[in-house]
Design a protein around this ligand. Structure first.
Ligand code: HEC
Length: 212
């Protein structure tokens, strides 16, 4: 259990600037954010530097059309995208969002197996893995559809993310404390987050254009 906590801490250690950011007030977030986005990143903050490189790398992979749309997003939207990215430290060079989602589903099912077999260790490990899921190649935006790359549509992303990943981390903490009842009660809120995000950003998977 201690090992797990250290692992989670290590994840945040890679982005110390953002860890602070997550727990600070909106005003501070905006302050750090505007500093960050105008590239005046302090050299004393390697976390921010690293995150900035990650973001720039993602944008470089996008088509010119998508790049254009992303550049047009507001500071608020960009900040919430960065806050989401900052909660992860596994970036894939080739894996797609669909592949990540399949892996996320496996972790979700493993949480359930852990709860149903009264295994706090499996439960907590799986929940932390889910919360720190891989980021697909190019980030999330290329998979959300051009029509969804707007401030209005992306404003809901952060809430969905919190309900999935925030609750997964709470679930892990509860399991580690031996409180499996609380862990079980968080399964619903997590799945509501999955369903809500799919409702906005996904259509029915695997629809064939060979049916009439
Ligand atoms: C940030 C929004 C978001 C959240 C939160 C989210 N998903 Fe997804 N999910 C998507 C999108 C977008 C797709 C479609 C990706 C594509 O087809 O490129 C998808 C697709 C899927 C698929 C279908 C994969 C396929 O083969 O087409 C599964 C399964 C899935 N998600 C599971 C989950 C589970 C389980 C959770 C919660 C633990 C979850 N998702 C949370 C956005 C989200």
């Amino acid at each position: 259990m201690k090992h797990q906590r250290n692992k989670a801490k290590k994840c945040f250690d890679r982005f110390p600037g953002i860890q602070k950011l997550r727990y600070s007030s909106i005003a501070t977030v905006m302050l750090i954010g505007s500093t960050f986005l105008t590239s005046n990143v302090s050299a004393a903050d390697p976390g921010m530097e690293e995150l900035k490189k990650v973001l720039q790398g993602q944008i470089e992979l996008m088509t010119p059309e998508l790049q254009e749309k992303v550049k047009g997003l507001s500071m608020d939207t960009k900040m919430s995208l960065m806050a989401i990215l900052a909660m992860h430290n596994r970036y894939s060079k080739s894996v797609t969002m669909r592949q990540v989602m399949t892996e996320v589903l496996s972790d979700f099912q493993s949480i359930l197996a852990g709860i149903m077999t009264d295994n706090p260790e499996q439960t907590a490990d799986s929940a932390r893995r889910l919360a720190n899921h891989r980021i697909p190649v190019g980030g999330l935006l290329p998979y959300l559809g051009m029509e969804n790359i707007s401030d209005e549509r992306l404003a809901v992303l952060d809430g969905f993310n919190t309900s999935v990943e925030g609750n997964a981390l709470k679930l892990a903490t509860a399991a580690e404390a031996g409180d499996m009842a609380t862990a079980a009660s968080l399964v619903g809120p997590i799945s509501s987050g999955c369903v809500a995000c799919h409702g906005v950003f996904r259509t029915q998977p695997g629809v064939s254009d060979l049916l009439r």
